[in-house]
Design a protein around this ligand. Structure first.
Ligand SMILES: [Zn+2]
Length: 146
């Protein structure tokens, strides 16, 4: 398994792109501008990009009110560099208003150490809009290979 990081150009979406859409303007930006995500994976990608771009407003707006932390600032020193969605799903009826995404995200801390965040997130749909509910996370330091 390779941990080689690809440099991200300014127009490339931080999430790495969804299907054929790889540019930020076509990928996650519309959601940051107010378009509703059609499924949990799209929302999860847009939230990852919002973390990478420090768009705290979007992260807060798409977090279920009952689990959203009061203070979302604090990890602005973390640099998000890569996202890999392993699987995503919307549950079958009658639970079609819930879904989940399993992903791995790579970040660098202030000392340039690489970490991997693996999360199984749960999402909930309310009034036609998906929200992040909560997740089980595993945070590991990746052996230095830079
Ligand atoms: Zn994106």
């Amino acid at each position: 398994m390779s941990h080689t990081l690809t440099p991200v150009t300014s127009s490339e979406c931080p999430c790495g792109g969804y299907r054929q859409l790889t540019h930020y303007q076509a990928c996650c930006q519309p959601y940051h501008m107010g378009q509703l995500a059609a499924n949990p994976e799209v929302l999860m990608r847009a939230r990852y990009s919002a973390f990478a771009l420090q768009r705290t407003d979007f992260i807060q707006r798409t977090w279920a009110a009952e689990t959203c932390p009061a203070d979302l600032t604090g990890d602005s020193d973390t640099q998000w560099v890569a996202l890999k969605v392993i699987s995503s799903q919307v549950n079958p009826p009658p639970r079609q208003h819930t879904g989940s995404v399993h992903f791995k995200a790579t970040c660098l801390d202030t000392e340039g150490r690489q970490h991997c965040l693996e999360e199984r997130s749960r999402f909930i749909k309310r009034q036609g809009e998906w929200f992040y509910l909560d997740g089980k996370t595993k945070f590991t330091e990746v052996a230095a290979s830079l």
